[in-house]
Design a protein around this ligand. Sequence first.
Ligand code: FAD
Length: 354
Amino acid sequence: MARLTVIGGGIIGLACAWRLTQAGHRVTVLDAAPGVREASWAAAGMLAPHHEYDPALTVGSDGAQAQALWNLGCDSLERWPAFAADLGGAEALDFHQEGGLVPLFPEDTPAALARAEGLARAGVSVEDLSGSALAVLAPGLAVTRALRLPAAQVDPRRTTAALIAALGPAVHYGERAVALEGTTVITSRERRLSADTVVLASGAWTPDLATLAGLDLPGEPVKGQMLRFALEDGALKAFVHCHQAYLVPRAGAGLIVGSTMRWSGFDRTESAEDIAHLTASARRLLPGLASHPLEHWTGLRPRLARGLPLVDQVRPGLIVATGHFRNGILLTPLTADLVVDLVAGRPVPSAVRA
Ligand SMILES: Cc1cc2nc3c(=O)[nH]c(=O)nc-3n(C[C@H](O)[C@H](O)[C@H](O)COP(=O)(O)OP(=O)(O)OC[C@H]3O[C@@H](n4cnc5c(N)ncnc54)[C@H](O)[C@@H]3O)c2cc1C
């Protein structure tokens, strides 16, 4: 049994702590915020490795990176059903596996079909839906044809709440890690927490914390704008994803619409222009939507300069689990299992190594 301190109580830190506890370790989680507030709170919750993957992109480092991310995403998607079942069940987390739709507007159809052919050649089962098959899943959608790709979705806020409940008194919000001395973490409450291993899972703030540990981990946050509209439960049964916007139904909460990508450091300011643009894109997809969202917010995606997540033991007693960028909810079960592997001395895939 090892003693671990996890710095960061977003979905990554919490899931690592939960799986480590299940593996018999003693874990403490610290988070600077008063509760789950950052990227894991902001996220849409699509578990969608195929929707942004282009199988035609095979050359150079971009191709290798896209391929590596796709492999990690496919692996983690397979782990999601067991993860959700262990954590309280699909209904409790609003976990669904209906897949995700790609709407075929005439101007997008040739490119979308070419990508779908590539996905099919790579073994992904792509369904071409129209008529009643499409109407059952998405009755109000503005298109008459859409592709359905294998995918799932989950409510990240319910998931983090379930993880916090499972971890109980091991989780301490409102307590920031301010210094690291070897494997001792000094906190904003002037506690000194000694452990065998420290796990840095502090999302967009991990590069700053890495500096405290004497590590250079280049990365920067990427802001995303989100909206929430009123929508009856069951009105949309699968999420809809295209390059202008995505629509994700959430049980009891309406419809989540996202998102933008803004490189503006830790600035979380909302932009009226982005909100208007996303509203127009969402209403183009689902014309029945209201003209104004009920709510809107931004979140900071943790992106490392290397483009891929980092899940590795960077030196004895120090594990880093971050850089999940646009796919942290998808990659949660895999990341947690890999951190358990690292603590047990087992190797992790080369794509996530330092
Ligand atoms: C708008 C948006 C939409 C998204 N949609 C999706 C999606 O549909 N599917 C998907 O898979 N992914 C999605 N993502 C990405 C996903 O949300 C992130 O990759 C994931 O949540 C990262 O989790 P995390 O725990 O690493 O970071 P966070 O959730 O940001 O948690 C990091 C935590 O570290 C804490 N912290 C920071 N510094 C310290 C310190 N010094 N001491 C203690 N604690 C500290 C912070 O308070 C924070 O709670 C989305 C992200 C955004 C912003």
